[in-house]
Write a protein that binds this ligand. Structure first.
Ligand code: GLN
Length: 250
């Protein structure tokens, strides 16, 4: 199968190994005989719902976020329509913030959001930096851990009833208080975790690919054939241990 990935603003939001996440998706798709076709969707480009099986948006500094926010907000209808129709999404950090209602209070620049995730982000004084470990249950009864690194000033508050991506085992998470990290709406997940997220959490890469394939075929997500993942498991273990030992804290 061909899996069509739309990479939102690769020229603006491209820090924190975001391209590495796409390389992982591409290699893991190829290992199962699928081809990941990557198309850039940037400022001024039209986003047509149905054209992508998976959307990816990465992290960025406040400055780059402010440059893309109005354009992204104008694409809001298209993003929400695509997700309602089963397109999968991975949104990381700055992109995760902008897929909510907005990022507010940063040097008087309020950035509008897409309104896909039921949350709002307020800029804080102190950055939340460090290793993070989460416990996630994206499929009922299937618990997985997600290990990564966070670095954000924004505090993201989920609306009541919103579904987080996971429970914080170590680190700050959405706001350093709620005990939750990230958000999930249908096949869309958003998270603060970056710093090679998918290389050390291959289960999330495969979950996204399975959702994207389901969109491509119009069927249900099917489990992908397992890969060896020996190095990935080691990377995950090291990262998880670092978070347990000295996860992000002030
Ligand atoms: N600029 C945003 C913040 O500091 C997002 C940072 C990021 O993408 N790491 O909250």
């Amino acid at each position: 199968m061909r899996i069509r990935l739309g990479h939102l603003y690769p020229d603006y939001l491209n820090i924190y190994a975001d391209r590495g996440n796409i390389a992982v998706l591409s290699r893991r798709a190829a290992a199962r005989g699928h081809e990941l076709e990557v198309a850039s969707v940037s400022v001024g480009d039209e986003l047509r719902p149905g054209e992508h099986d998976l959307l990816y948006i990465g992290g960025g500094q406040d400055r780059e976020q402010a440059l893309v926010a109005p354009d992204l907000a104008a694409k809001g209808d298209a993003v929400r329509t695509a997700v309602t129709a089963g397109t999968a999404v991975l949104a990381v950090c700055g992109g995760y913030q902008l897929l909510g209602r907005g990022y507010f209070g940063r040097r008087d620049v309020d950035m509008p959001g897409v309104g896909l995730f039921p949350h709002a982000t307020i800029a804080g004084e102190r950055r939340m930096i460090g290793d993070v470990l989460l416990e996630c249950e994206l499929e009922p009864g299937v618990r997985q851990t997600l290990a990564g690194f966070e670095n954000h000033a924004g505090r993201t508050r989920l609306d009541p009833g919103a579904v987080p991506l996971g429970r914080v085992v170590a680190g700050f998470g959405n706001d350093g208080e709620s005990g939750y990290e990230g958000c999930r709406v249908g096949r869309a997940v958003g998270t603060y975790l970056h710093g090679p997220l998918l290389p050390r959490n291959p289960w999330l890469a495969d979950w996204l690919l399975a959702q994207a394939l389901a969109h491509a075929t119009g069927g249900e997500p099917l489990e992908l054939a397992p890969l060896s993942d020996r190095l990935e498991a080691q990377a995950h273990a090291v990262s998880a241990q670092r978070a347990r030992d000295r996860g992000g804290r002030f």
